[in-house]
Design a protein around this ligand. Structure first.
Ligand code: SAH
Ligand code: F3S
Length: 432
């Protein structure tokens, strides 16, 4: 009988894509994917350790799986960043786990399943990236890793530990994967990396701007996105590539973390407030219609009211279209632990609320500003809430639900006249 597997995924886009790769390689081995853990012969937990309590969450999850395993034949694997961080310790605390596998070994699942290694948390030179085996959940969109790991050492961040040093994929490998994805109908491409714009081809030395241009020029790439850019790595070649290719999204995620240069220095972000704002201005000058999104951390050790006010004023100045904000969470082994205690939790919570309130107002105005305009929308399929409507996204990644002529296949680009701004989404009608 065919074996079945179930994957649970936490965390970032990288983890999503790792799960797609794990799933693809299991399917090649003849496994069938199932939607509930109760039916599975193999359960993979693809974990995240970026913030709070992720480790506890994994162990409590494993506690429940232990019962399941006592009743039937079951293999359990812990993957992702908690696996990398805790390693062998997972087997001590939860000996019913069959294997522990870090992000560097996603391409080596075969070896691990054959029982060769119970703990695989190295970063092998050969990552064994089989792009044809990626099990992509979307019919219109493909995520493509271009660089793994991170060489920045932001003092709060666990990623350099859990995902290792930067390794860029060869230019031509990326192009081949994108072409294959487009041939299968995935006309929206998202290039991924923890510091995506630090990309440098290991063979030719070509940079991120060169890669962006080359991908944008592949036939039928309707929309090209990328995540996550580091502000200190933005250069002229990247900006020119964006300016010169209309299919590159006019929407840039540029995490700032804090508006205070003092805090940025403590975070080792490698830029000041002024430098960040100059970078924004430089990009806006080249591409006036661009929108930005960002990540913000509140409550970093030593953050005073004044530092926090500077974060608010920066958010108001840039007017981000969307934003993620987090309370600082001390991570094991990170340099920030030595900087001092986090800000009092009640104060950090209040700051977080103020950030959200400010951004809510900006976002409202932002969504309202689209009313009456015609926006290009990439169609994804029928709307979840109303089958008589279609759903898609604008270039700025805003979901639009709209009515249209019956036969509009997913992957088409349509002009949609916006007539309503809802809480997080827009509504409208396709125009001829
Ligand atoms: N390089 C990637 C991954 C960073 S993690 C990127 O920039 O997206 C994503 C976000 O999580 C970071 O930008 C930061 O805002 C937040 N984050 C990372 N470590 C954190 C920590 N210890 N506490 C709170 N937020 C954190
Ligand atoms: Fe983390 Fe900073 Fe890299 S946030 S992923 S160390 S750029």
């Amino acid at each position: 009988m065919t074996k079945t597997f179930f994957i649970e995924t936490w965390g970032c886009q990288m983890n999503d894509l790792d799960s797609q790769r794990l799933s693809g390689s299991l399917k090649l081995r003849g496994y069938r994917r199932v939607d509930t853990e109760g039916e599975a012969d193999l359960i993979l937990l693809n974990t995240c350790s970026i913030r709070d309590k992720s480790e506890q969450k994994v162990f409590s999850r494993l506690g429940r799986l232990r019962e399941m395993k006592s009743e039937r034949e079951l293999q359990i694997g812990v993957c992702g960043c908690v696996a990398q961080q805790e390693g062998e310790a997972i087997l001590h605390r939860a000996p019913w786990v069959d294997f522990v596998m870090g992000p560097g070994n996603v391409g080596h699942l075969d070896q691990i399943l054959s029982g060769d290694r119970r703990v695989a948390i190295d970063f092998p030179d050969d990552r064994n990236y089989d792009y044809l085996a990626v099990d992509r959940p979307s019919a219109t969109k493909a995520q493509v890793t271009i660089i793994e790991g991170c060489n920045k050492n932001c003092t709060f961040c666990i990623v350099p530990t859990t995902r290792g040093r930067e390794v860029s994929r060869p230019f031509d490998d990326v192009l081949r994967e994108v072409r294959a994805a487009v041939e299968s109908g995935r006309v929206e491409i998202e290039l991924l990396g923890q510091t995506v714009n630090a990309y440098r081809c290991p063979i030719s030395g070509r940079d991120f701007g060169a890669l962006l241009s080359a991908v944008a020029e592949i036939d039928y790439v309707a929309r090209l996105r990328f995540m996550t850019s580091h502000p200190a790595e933005v250069n002229d070649s990247m900006i020119a590539a964006m300016r010169d290719h209309e299919n590159i999204s006019r929407y840039l995620h540029l995490p700032v973390q804090s508006g205070s240069s003092k805090i940025l220095r403590r975070m080792k972000r490698l830029y000041t407030r002024e430098h960040y704002l100059e970078t924004i201005a430089r990009i806006r000058q080249a591409i006036p219609e661009i929108h930005f999104s960002t990540d913000v951390i509140v409550g970093f050790p030593g953050e005073t009211d004044d530092d926090f006010e500077q974060t608010l004023s920066l958010i108001a100045e840039v007017r981000y279209g969307s934003m993620f904000a987090f309370k600082y969470s001390p991570r094991p082994g990170t340099p920030a632990l030595k900087i001092g205690a986090p800000v009092d939790d009640a104060i950090a919570s209040e700051r977080l609320t103020r950030v959200f309130d400010l951004h809510e107002r900006i976002k409202r105005e932002h969504l309202e500003s689209y009313r009456g305009r015609i926006l290009p929308v990439l169609v994804e399929g029928p709307s979840k809430h109303d089958a008589s409507m279609l759903t898609g996204r604008t270039d700025y990644n805003i979901v639009v639900n709209f009515s249209a002529a019956a036969s509009t296949p997913p992957g088409s680009m349509l002009g949609v006249r916006i007539d309503q701004a809802q809480h997080h989404t827009l509504r409208g009608e396709a125009v001829a």
